[in-house]
Write a protein that binds this ligand. Sequence first.
Ligand SMILES: [Zn+2]
Length: 281
Amino acid sequence: MGACKYCGERKAIKNSHIIPSFVYKWLKETSPTGFIRATDQPNRRKQDGLKSALLCEECEKSFSEVESLFKKDLFIKLANYRTPCPNERQITDSIIRCLYIIAWRVLADTYYFPRSHQYTDDEFARFPEFLNKIKKSIELLEFKDFQTHLIPCTREVLERLNLPKVEWFFYDRAIGAEVRIWDDWERFIIFIKIPSAIIIFEIVQNEKDIWSGTQIENSNKLFLEDITMVPSYVSTQIEYFYDHFLKSKQQITDNQMKKILEGIQNAAPNCGSFQTMRKEW
Ligand SMILES: [Zn+2]
């Protein structure tokens, strides 16, 4: 096992989650059966494991403290089947920091544990530079080198932004992340999908992109009604991720399906997953 990719000092001793584990825990708690998780996680990265030997125990522990604040102050307000998402959300340093940590995890995982990908050598060679910059932001709590956009997936926001009307399951429950690079450094982003939110972490920004109301750096609050514009590529990314989501659904075996159906018969009719299934545009 190699060294921790974050501190570079201690040994990476376990498989680190790329998306924080509380997100998966929430998914499980709101599912009629643990087996349905297979359809909840559409992304091909899941099939690759979504875990890698990234971090040492100490780094993992210090990250998890930040992640639990993110969970408390933002995630459970967004992903909530009982109370609708409030129109106004306080944005704390911990929330921003947590999203930088996720961005770092996704980029580091892509760089240190490469799977089949389409990045050029030139692009790939610059990943360490970006990783260092993100790390610096995490350490110093200075968030000026990148732009992070948060899109809460409420009906009002999605309709106002005219985002694709794909199955609600995708917006409410899909989990995944991927590094996306456009040719000639036109744009370089990390697309992160967690339940009830889409996060776009811009590493190389395209000045022509117009965002309104989504950026979380340098603002203490996020107002849902102020979210009025995102670049058109966001829709394309959603279609792309949704496509993977559908493909992974098709890969469920007959045996898995049998277990899912058995579990559903015994499930509480109002569990979150069922509520999403009943939701229509
Ligand atoms: Zn470490």
